[in-house]
Design a protein around this ligand. Structure first.
Ligand SMILES: Cc1ncc(COP(=O)(O)O)c(C=O)c1O
Length: 361
C-alpha cells in the first residue's frame, strides 16, 4: 500500500509511521553518541545506559522490577527471538487476532502453530470462552498485544485478569507486546506483568518507535525474568548480535525525558484521532473509535479489499483492509484500517478528500 501511495501521490494512511520526528533532545543525544565514538558493536545485552533506562521506566511507570532486560532491533526482533527461543516445533501459541503481521511469520519460523482468539467488530471484546478453548495442552506461549494493533483496543483490567488466569492455569509464558503503551487516549494501559503471578511468567516487549516517533530507529527491548530474557538473548546473539549503538544512546535519552513529553505527544495524537474519525463519519463511513494506538478502523459498508484498491483513485487516500490481519478473513469483511499518526494538516486534508466519498455511490 505504501508503494501504491507513492505511485498515485495519495495520502498514505496505510502504514503506521509518523511524518514528523520525535523530540530534538533525543536526536541530539544520538548525534552526540555518533560524534562521541559510540560507533562499534554494543554489548549483546545492549548499552548499559539504555538497559538501565528501561528498568527505570518499568519501575517508575508501572512499579515493575524486572530481573533482566535485553535491547533488540525494534520490538520486531524481540518478538521473533522470543518465539524462536521459547517454542519447539509442534508447540502452540495462543494469540489474539487480528494481529501484527510478524506474529504469524515468527510462529511459523519456530515450527509452531497459532491458536487465534478472534476479536470481532464492533467491540473487539475478548471472548473468554474462546480464550479458554485455545489454551490446549500443546500451548506454551500466549502472545498478547495491548494496546492492540490493528483494532486500537486497550484491553480492560477484567480481560487482562482472564488472560492472566489462563496463563497461570495452563502454565503459559506470556509474551506481551506493549509498543503502544504510551498511546492511550481513553482509559489506561495496564501491563499484564503487574497482575498477581504474572511477573514471573511474562516477557514484556516495547520500543522507542511508537512512543517517541522514531519508528525508523528500530530500537526495542524486552524485560522480565532472567530465564525468559536469556532465552531471547540466546537467539538474538545469532540473529543480529547487536546494532544501532548510537541510537541506543538516543533511546536511553528518550526514556529519561519527563513524562510530560509523552503526555503531550499522546494529546496531539488524540486530537488527530478525533479529526480523522470526524472526517470518516462525514464521508459516510462508520469509525470504531479506538482507545489507543495509531489506528482507527471504519466500517465502509461494502467489501473492504475492493474499497481499498480503488480508494487512491477515488479520493487520493491509501488505507488497508483490516481482514489482512485476520486468519479468519470473514471476521471483518467491511473494515478498513486508517492510520492517524500524521501531521494535523495531513489528516485534515485526508478528511477533506474522504468527504468526496459521501454520496458518491
Ligand atoms: C503491535 C506491533 N508490535 C510491534 C511493532 C514493531 O515495532 P518495532 O518498529 O519497534 O519493531 C509494530 C509496528 O507496527 C506493531 O504494530
Amino acid at each position: 500500500m505504501t508503494v501504491l501511495a507513492g505511485r498515485t501521490g495519495a495520502i498514505n494512511l496505510g502504514q503506521g509511521f509518523p511524518d514528523t520526528d520525535g523530540p530534538s533532545e533525543v536526536i541530539e543525544a544520538a548525534v552526540a553518541a555518533l560524534r562521541g565514538g559510540e560507533n562499534q558493536y554494543a554489548p549483546l545485552g545492549g548499552v548499559q545506559s539504555l538497559r538501565e533506562a528501561v528498568l527505570e521506566h518499568q519501575r517508575s511507570y508501572y512499579g515493575l522490577d524486572p530481573e533482566d532486560v535485553l535491547v533488540t532491533f525494534g520490538a520486531t526482533e524481540a518478538i521473533a527471538a522470543a518465539l524462536l527461543g521459547l517454542l519447539n516445533p509442534g508447540d502452540e501459541v495462543v494469540v489474539l487476532e487480528p494481529y501484527y503481521d510478524s506474529y504469524a511469520a515468527c510462529i511459523a519460523f519456530a515450527g509452531a502453530r497459532r491458536r487465534p482468539v478472534t476479536l470481532r467488530p464492533p467491540e473487539f471484546a475478548l471472548d473468554i470462552d474462546a480464550l479458554q478453548a485455545a489454551a490446549r495442552p500443546r500451548a506454551q506461549v500466549l502472545l498478547l498485544n495491548t494496546p492492540h494493533n490493528p483494532t486500537g483496543r486497550v484491553l480492560s483490567r477484567s480481560e487482562l485478569e482472564a488472560i492472566a488466569r489462563v496463563c497461570i492455569e495452563h502454565d503459559l509464558v506470556c509474551v506481551s507486546d506493549e509498543v503502544y503503551e504510551h498511546l492511550v487516549y481513553d482509559g489506561e494501559h495496564v501491563p499484564i506483568a503487574t497482575f498477581p503471578g504474572m511477573a514471573q511468567r511474562t516477557l514484556t516487549i516495547s520500543s522507542v518507535g511508537k512512543s517517541f516517533s522514531f519508528t525508523g530507529w528500530k530500537i526495542g527491548w524486552c524485560s522480565g525474568p532472567s530465564e525468559l530474557v536469556a532465552a531471547v538473548r540466546g537467539v538474538k546473539q545469532y540473529l543480529t548480535f547487536a546494532g544501532g549503538t548510537p541510537l541506543q544512546h538516543g533511546a536511553a535519552a528518550a526514556l529519561r525525558l519527563s513524562s510530560s513529553h509523552l503526555e503531550a505527544a499522546r494529546d496531539e495524537l488524540r486530537t488527530r484521532r478525533d479529526l480523522l474519525c470526524a472526517g470518516l463519519t462525514e464521508a459516510g463511513l462508520q469509525p470504531l473509535i479506538p482507545a489507543g494506538t495509531y489506528f482507527v478502523n471504519a466500517d465502509v459498508g461494502s467489501g473492504a479489499v475492493e474499497f481499498c484498491m480503488t480508494l487512491p483513485e477515488r479520493c487520493g487516500v491509501v488505507a488497508i483492509p483490516t481482514s489482512v490481519f485476520y486468519d479468519d478473513a470473514g471476521a471483518a469483511p467491511r473494515l478498513v484500517r486508517f492510520a492517524f499518526c500524521k501531521r494535523e494538516d495531513v489528516i485534515a486534508e485526508a478528511a477533506r478528500r474522504l468527504a468526496r466519498l459521501a454520496g458518491s455511490d
